[in-house]
Design a protein. Structure first.
Length: 153
């Protein structure tokens, strides 16, 4: 997906078994971020950065939603272990990740693999993508600050 595209309505099932729809967020903005794997160092740093700044982001009208290929149980363990109180979608069949365009070839340690490309989408009140943070832009430990810097420009 690109800037100007509208999110699909059905996003997936979160760690609590709830169906997450973009239409449920009409009138609110969304930070939809994809991460490679729950409970890994980079993904934990990114999620904790977002959680630490959640109140400030919400005051600016944003709701946070995470998505990875992890199963619902792994998402729940991750949320519980890190104190995350926002939805983490379990996209085990990669439908949403592929639709978003954050599933593809990547290089890690000189090895080519196919997987999740860490990406963040800022979505407006109508469900339209306004900004995309690409994998090369995202600094996991300070990602919430990166988002806040962009929003406050």
């Amino acid at each position: 997906m690109n800037i100007g595209d509208k999110l699909p309505d059905i996003l997936g099932i979160d760690q609590a078994g709830n169906e997450i729809k973009s239409s449920d967020y009409r009138g609110r903005k969304i930070i939809l971020y994809s991460y490679p794997k729950a409970n890994t160092s980079g993904c934990t740093a990114e999620a904790c950065s977002l959680q630490a700044h959640k109140d400030e982001l919400e005051a600016l009208g944003y709701s946070i939603i995470g998505v990875s290929k992890d199963k619902m149980e792994a998402q729940k363990k991750f949320a519980d272990a890190q104190g995350l109180d926002f939805p983490l979608i379990a996209d085990t069949d990669t439908t949403l990740l592929q639709t978003l365009g954050c599933w593809g070839e990547k290089v890690a340690c000189g090895r080519r693999t196919v997987g999740i490309l860490r990406t963040t989408y800022l979505v407006n009140e109508e469900g339209v993508i306004e900004k995309i943070f690409t994998p090369k832009e995202i600094k996991t430990k300070i990602h919430a600050e990166q988002i806040l810097d962009y929003i406050k420009k």
